[in-house]
Ligand binder design. Sequence first.
Ligand code: PMP
Length: 416
Amino acid sequence: MNLPSTHGIDAVHVDWARIRADFPLLERTVNGKPLVYLDSANTGQKPAAVIEAVDDFYRRHNANVSRAVHTLGSEATEVYEGARKKLARFLNVRADELVLCSGTTFAINLVAYSWALPRLRSGDVILVSRMEHHANIVPWQLVVQRTGAEIRVAEILPDGTLDLAALYAAMTSEVKLLAVTHVSNVLGTVNPVREICREARKRGIATVVDGSQAAPHRPVDVAAIGCDFYAVTGHKMCGPTGTGALWARREHLAAMPPFIGGGEMIKEVSFDGTVFNDPPHKFEAGTPNIAGFVGLGAAVDYLEGVGLANVEARETELLAHATEELKKIDGLRIFGEAPEKAAVISFLVEGAHAHDLATLLDLEGVAVRSGQHCAHPLLQYFGVAATLRASFAFYNTHEEIEAFVAALNKARKLLG
Ligand code: PMP
């Protein structure tokens, strides 16, 4: 694997204040208070390097990719393909196995429509964990509607860990596909995807891993995970919205029919038929989000510069601090206390509605998400209609955690 440049250095040696200063938006105020942005699981903030890369592309290089032989056209193609190479290196996969797309939702739908739909039939089972985001549930329901296959749910334990014994017991011969998240966007649970994929592979089950909440926060080595498909989304990785990728094993990409047809994905078209381009281009019809991928390439450079091991260490430290402070609050319940946990805290405070608290926190400049976090089945398991979710990134500070907890105590008093 290509290790980040600062890999192995303890997080305390990184100048986090300088890194935070790279994010212009974090300087702003909200409702007259310094912004405390605790919604990075929803979307991440962008460093100046990313904003400037997008700006520079539109100011100096803007042209379409792959179509023009003129200088701007080749510059645009070079940066777009350059982003693919950077992302491939970042995930430790081959660039020609990486389909660039608008994000995880598109990536999983691509697997659903091009891999699952032609293969599955009545009697087959898609195994899905209880903690999946809707993006890793609804596409499978669409497949099930059309094929007669069924969805089976792999349950979780009360602390928010995946029930591995139950998961392996559910991997019967009817199961053709397992869809599982690497890190839960609600509970923060880090699933042992390497072990899970190994067990699935032994039984001939293909695996789709949703890496949306993993790739921005810890070193990810997709080759070592050993899955069949891995999906990432750029906007949570300091990159622009509308960018992401699906990595798939080359034998799958070769066998899968295109999902969307149009320009760019063909070698030759006549009214008698079309010869498709080779993967990954076969899956990239139409003009892509070129500037977005320029930004994503810059985001990958940026994250590698900080070092993913440092990011993980820093966020683990912020999680521990925030958890300790929140636990001091009477009547506060945390959802998800898995031993392996990313910096996401879902919680409720007795007697206070999640949306009311989030609104009061916003008045103090604190941005947290309230609601169901695109994970209705998970909230149904806990029997709650909504939670608040504070999610952290390496650019957050210990002072922000204190400001958040103070704002929460103030809001609680107002509501109580
Ligand atoms: N899966 C998970 C675990 C997520 O957190 C998200 C974003 N909230 C998605 C999928 C959807 O990704 P995208 O925004 O790229 O559609």
